[in-house]
Ligand binder design. Sequence first.
Ligand code: SAM
Length: 281
Amino acid sequence: MLTPQIADKGVTKHILRAFDLHASRRLGQNFLISPGVVRAVVEAAEIESGDRVLEIGPGIGTLTQGLLEAGAYVTAVELDKKLPAVLTETLRGYEHLNVVQGDILKTDIPALMGNQPFKVAANLPYYITTPILLSLLEQKLPVTHIVTMVQKEVAERMTAKPGGKNYGALSVAVQYHTEPEIVLDVPPSCFFPAPEVDSAVIACTVRKTPAVALRDENLFFRVVKASFGQRRKTLSNALKPLGFSKERMEEALHGANVDAARRGETLSLAEFAALANNLAN
Ligand code: SAM
């Protein structure tokens, strides 16, 4: 069984002390101290020997160690300038590691990872996890799996089905590109320092082709955004800001077999696609 050693409260505290580090709130530094969670991430990413992995925010190397132990070739992008030197020590002896100091939001990922398939693993500050995930998907990189820690309620929004309060534009975007699955609920006690919120590991298996066929992807997401923009309104009202004539919109809704009195939160991906495709005609 995989036995990552850094994922331990005593070891983590020791490393922080030895390098005179203080977990930075600004950089969202809550380090994993649970070997079980590290194992769950590695398993969910279906890591096999030789897999190429982009790890975002390796911190002191907790998850990185799990990935390396499983045989992955890891490229780890870390913003904190102090941490590459720490990783050289904590992960000494592992050959297949390339640490890059920088901001993932400003990193040219195609240049860094090339055009061969790779996987993404991350435990990042929660305020940047969703933008990064969406940006990875929109760039249409050769990514096969994205396994990341997120705030529990964000994981619930990503996996939500039509009809519930959690279903929204994020659910549609994530499910259009991937098959998301909540792998594990992670309580605050699995991190040091403990965050204030509950977390979850979400595994997104990137689809080879998107969930629905679209004539105009940009228009599809505009329709989705508008539909959820004013959740309490009926579709015919919520979609007005898109600027189509009343007749055109009625025709498109009718053609998609969608009642204009419905609310956006009840539409499936297939219904959004049918509506957007009719509008793109
Ligand atoms: N992965 C480690 C773990 O699980 O223990 C560290 C997790 S900690 C929640 C988030 C890490 O992401 C920190 O090391 C932080 O410095 C790094 N980070 C924050 N913003 C980043 C960014 N924009 N690009 C790259 N790394 C970032």
